[in-house]
Design a protein around this ligand. Structure first.
Ligand SMILES: Cc1cc2nc3c(=O)[nH]c(=O)nc-3n(C[C@H](O)[C@H](O)[C@H](O)COP(=O)(O)O)c2cc1C
Length: 201
């Protein structure tokens, strides 16, 4: 079983990174044979989506449509295709996922999804190109907004949840909002992050 952890923080070893590590620890406590790959988006050249819609228009029967951009997403996509489990980690930036995470999400949006779902009068919404089911957990970390106010500041979790459902066929089985880490410290959330990882199995 392959687990892919995606880190959307530009800062290694800080809140997001350590919460993702703890979630991985939780996975390995339950099944030490899970194969783990951790990707720091900041280590990679991931260019902005150009909105050319080549992927949207693609009628490939495969699990991924070709993007016109050649960069590190080519290799990251191979890891996504292999993955069964996902851990998505992002800091909260201005209430949303980081720009690193958003850039990544835009690149997977229509490459892994086809315009196939209809909601009443809205047609051609994204549906996963592949039937492969995945499970995911999401961690988000904010500097100063405490958990009790997370609805006012954590737009990242629902957004990531929606994109990975529609594009990667990933069901989010748990999410952790680590709020106010500047005052509480990230260690405050470590037990919760371990339990979050355990939900994947
Ligand atoms: C551009 C930017 C915007 C931010 N916006 C928020 C915010 O809206 N609310 C908040 O509580 N913290 C905000 N922060 C603080 C980060 O959420 C905080 O530093 C977090 O710990 C970063 O995660 P990391 O340690 O994994 O990098 C912001 C930080 C940056 C750099």
């Amino acid at each position: 079983m392959h687990l892919l952890a995606i880190i959307g923080s530009p800062r290694k070893g800080k809140a997001t990174d350590s919460l993702v590590d703890k979630a991985i620890e939780g996975v390995l406590m339950k099944n030490p044979d899970v194969l783990i790959k951790k990707i720091y988006l900041s280590d990679h050249e991931i260019n902005y989506c150009k909105d050319c819609l080549s992927c949207w228009k693609s009628d490939t029967k495969g699990p991924i449509a070709k993007c016109v951009i050649r960069d590190d997403m080519d290799n990251i996509n191979k890891d996504i295709l292999k993955s069964d489990l996902l851990i998505m980690g992002t800091p909260i930036h201005m209430g949303y996922a980081s720009a690193l995470m958003m850039t990544f999400l835009e690149r997977i949006c229509w490459t892994f999804a086809k315009p196939a779902k209809n909601y009443i009068i809205i047609k051609d919404c994204p549906a996963p190109r592949s039937d492969k089911k995945r499970k995911a957990v999401i961690t988000s970390a904010s500097g100063m907004i405490p958990p009790r106010y997370k609805k006012l500041c954590n737009w990242a979790t629902p957004q990531i949840m929606g994109v990975i459902k529609d594009s990667l066929n990933a069901k989010t089985v748990g999410a952790l909002y680590a709020g106010d880490v500047w005052h509480k410290g990230v260690d405050h959330y470590f037990d919760k992050a371990i339990k979050l990882g355990q939900k994947l199995l």
